[in-house]
Structures are given as structure tokens and as C-alpha cells.
Write a new protein. Structure first.
Length: 166
């Protein structure tokens, strides 16, 4: 089935929260909190992230990634005057490693290429998706502790930048 994007709306809130929570599972598995404390923390952090994205990038698109009618992820994308900046892309754990994220990223890159704009994203250096971004032509532009700003120039074919495995 084809991967599609559509604007997120209020009815997507429960799915969006679960997607966010899935990104924090490993971290929260290491704290001695009750399930209720973890849920309260996740709700607070999800709300803070949502406010932060809306405040910093008020024109950003907040999109649901779907396979057929089934939502499998989210994409926050800021189409800025000088570049496209991916604020967040998250695929549901049960749908990962099936090529859905790659397909969405290729769509974003093709759109950016048509407009002659580079694409950027911040990724933690320990995030397994870092290799995917490298395969798609992204390179580290800036490193701040464990956070890497990745950039991909406009018009770069992912095939031209294959990573060589050590």
C-alpha cells in the first residue's frame, strides 16, 4: 500500500500521543516511577513539545503518515524560505523497518529539490535512524553533545552518497 500524508487534526491526538510516548519508552524504562507518574510525565512533555513546535515554527505542517486509512506515524515539517526543516518524524514501533519512513523522507526530499532547497533535521547521535538519513544524503553540519544537525543539500541524489559500512 502507498504511504500518504494528511494534515493532523484534533481527532488524531490519541495517536499522536502514543507516537510521542513510543519515542520515550527506553528512557522511561530506566526510571523507578509508577505507570501513572510516567503517563503524567509523558503528557506534560508531549504538551510542551507541541507548544514549542507551534511557537518556534508557527507555519509548520503537522502531518499524519498513513498506510491506507491506518495512521502509522507523524511528520512535523517547516517549509522555510531558505530550507525545509524536519522537526520530527516518528513511525509507530509496529510499523518501523517497513520502508514507510524512507518513503516519506523521499517525498520531502523530492519536494525540496523541486524548490531548490536543502533539508535539515536534528537527530541524536545514538538514534538508529541516523544511518537512514546518511543513506539519503544527509551529512552532519553541526554536533552539540549527543545532538547532530544533519543537512542535505538540494538536488543530491541519495545514490550518489551511499555510506560505506566499516
Amino acid at each position: 500500500m502507498m504511504v500518504t500524508l494528511r494534515p493532523a487534526d484534533e481527532s488524531d491526538e490519541p495517536v499522536l500521543f502514543q507516537l510521542y510516548a513510543s519515542t520515550r519508552e527506553h528512557e522511561l524504562s530506566q526510571v523507578p516511577w509508577t505507570e501513572a507518574q510516567k503517563q503524567a510525565f509523558l503528557q506534560m512533555q508531549f504538551a510542551a513539545q507541541t507548544r514549542s513546535y507551534a511557537g518556534s515554527y508557527p507555519g509548520a505542517a503537522h502531518l499524519m503518515i498513513s498506510i491506507g486509512d491506518r495512521p502509522v506515524g507523524r511528520l512535523y515539517l517547516a517549509r522555510l524560505a531558505d530550507r525545509f526543516h524536519i522537526l520530527d518524524i516518528t513511525i509507530d514501533p509496529g510499523s518501523r523497518n517497513a520502508g514507510h519512513g524512507s518513503e516519506v523522507l523521499k517525498q520531502v526530499l523530492e519536494e525540496a529539490d523541486r524548490e531548490g532547497k536543502p533539508v535539515s533535521i536534528y537527530v541524536e547521535t545514538f538514534n538508529p535512524s541516523l544511518r537512514l538519513f546518511e543513506r539519503l544524503g544527509f551529512r552532519t553540519a553541526k554536533l552539540d553533545g549527543f545532538l547532530a544537525l544533519l543537512e542535505r543539500p538540494a538536488g543530491i541524489s541519495p545514490r550518489a552518497h551511499k555510506c560505506v559500512e566499516p
